[in-house]
Design a protein around this ligand. Structure first.
Ligand code: PLP
Ligand code: COI
Length: 379
């Protein structure tokens, strides 16, 4: 076998076609899930458990560049055990959603921002940058192909997971010469089902990212490193872990998969600044714009865990929420650490959190105008 990476179970005898305006050749799935079965799967898909009929795929080889871009049947992949991602973790990913439009069709929310962040992650992990047009084309074509997989209802969306990894079979320590880019699509409901708010555990044991590290990149390694802290949170009866900075161990950074905002009684809100150790969330950025548009003062400034406790206890801090593509906007009800805990507001969704959530979701779902040009409708 000369190939370090092979596609398994490739359907034989399938027709393929190139659409004039797409870089991705379409090879339709010859055995898609039956419509009745799909309808059942879409009733309560949960998060990240159900996948659509197709995936986008493209390969990169040093000296050749990107090639063999196609939308094809979702299938298993057959990898050499020497694939360097399995040893040195050169892997990055993205997360974005497609929403059903009220009048039919689908729309993406700020996909260019994900394309640019994917490139930034690639630079940090010494991987080739996927051209923005290839990223955009892959998600557009996959959504168009699997549009029937968007769950009905106000909570549902099609979560898109673009990712790229080093597929070269080589154990030497250097950046790989071969990569695979794939996009999967997964119909999803809400990430935190049924809970009005989440409880946080402040880990003193673990940090998520250090200056100069990979905190601002969306690479799998960051998440692997956060799982033990998340397990600590669950052991302590909390839903999610919140990380502090790695140097002073006092500045609030973010959750394992979400950014964080604080709401004050003077009508201002604050969020930790982007300093290279937290992910530059697209939801975070959108909320900053929306909140300013609502007349709220928004500060991007460091906020310490001691101050958070003092402000929650004095009533100066009235609400806090987490945000991200998967989590949308989720209220934080309580914070617990080794020094004890404190409650936030009424431990439910406060009015500012609610207003911000509604205004974001209304734009994403086409129920409100899109003054910032964030929506890309797919014909
Ligand atoms: N922070 C981390 C560590 C994340 O994994 C995510 C999710 O993607 C976010 C923040 C929120 O980013 P976004 O709003 O772009 O989804
Ligand atoms: C996302 O929100 O897209 C993420 O990648 C976070 C993850 C916890 C699902």
């Amino acid at each position: 076998m000369t190939d370090s990476f092979l596609l398994a179970d490739a359907p034989s005898g399938t027709g393929s076609m190139s659409t004039a305006d797409s870089l991705f050749t379409l090879e339709p799935n010859q055995a898609p899930v039956a419509p009745e079965e799909r309808a059942k799967l879409l009733v309560d898909p949960g998060f990240g458990k159900v996948f659509t009929d197709h995936m986008a795929i493209a390969q990169y080889d040093e000296g050749i560049g990107w090639h063999d871009a196609k939308i094809t049947a979702r299938r298993t992949i057959d990898m050499s055990p020497a694939s360097s991602v399995l040893h040195y973790a050169q892997e990055i990913f993205e997360g974005l959603k497609a929403y059903a439009r009220p009048g039919g069709g689908a729309a993406l929310f700020r996909p260019e921002a994900n394309a640019r962040r994917f490139q930034a992650s690639a630079r940090r992990l010494a991987m080739p940058e996927l051209p923005e047009e290839l990223f955009l084309d892959s998600v557009r074509q996959l959504v168009r192909t699997d549009i029937g997989w968007i769950p009905p209802g106000e909570e549902g969306s099609l979560y898109l997971r673009p990712f790229m990894f080093a597929s070269e079979a080589f154990l030497g320590m250097r950046m790989a010469a071969r990569y695979l880019y794939i996009v999967m699509a997964s119909p999803v409901g809400s990430y935190f089902k049924g809970a009005p708010s989440v409880s946080l555990w402040v880990t003193r044991e673990y940090t998520r990212a250090a200056p100069g590290g990979t905190g601002a990149a969306k690479c799998g390694g960051n998440y692997a490193a956060s799982l033990v802290a998340q397990a600590e949170a669950v052991r302590n009866g909390c839903d999610q872990v919140v990380f502090l900075d790695a140097i002073e161990r006092r500045w609030v950074e973010e959750l394992g998969g979400m950014n964080i905002f604080f709401v004050f009684d003077d009508g201002s809100i604050a969020t930790p600044p982007l300093g290279g150790t937290i992910l530059a969330g697209i939801t975070r950025d959108s909320i900053i714009t929306l909140a300013r548009g609502m007349g709220l003062t928004v500060r991007e400034e460091p906020y310490s865990i001691e101050q958070w406790r003092a402000d929650a206890e004095s009533g100066r801090l009235t609400e806090a929420f987490a945000c991200g593509t998967a989590a949308v906007v989720t209220a934080i009800g309580s914070v617990t650490g080794t020094e004890g805990g404190f409650a936030i507001g009424g431990q439910s969704v406060g009015p500012v959190t609610q207003r911000i959530r509604q205004s974001l979701v209304a734009i994403q779902r086409g129920h409100a105008p899109d003054p910032h040009d964030w929506i890309e409708e797919l014909g």
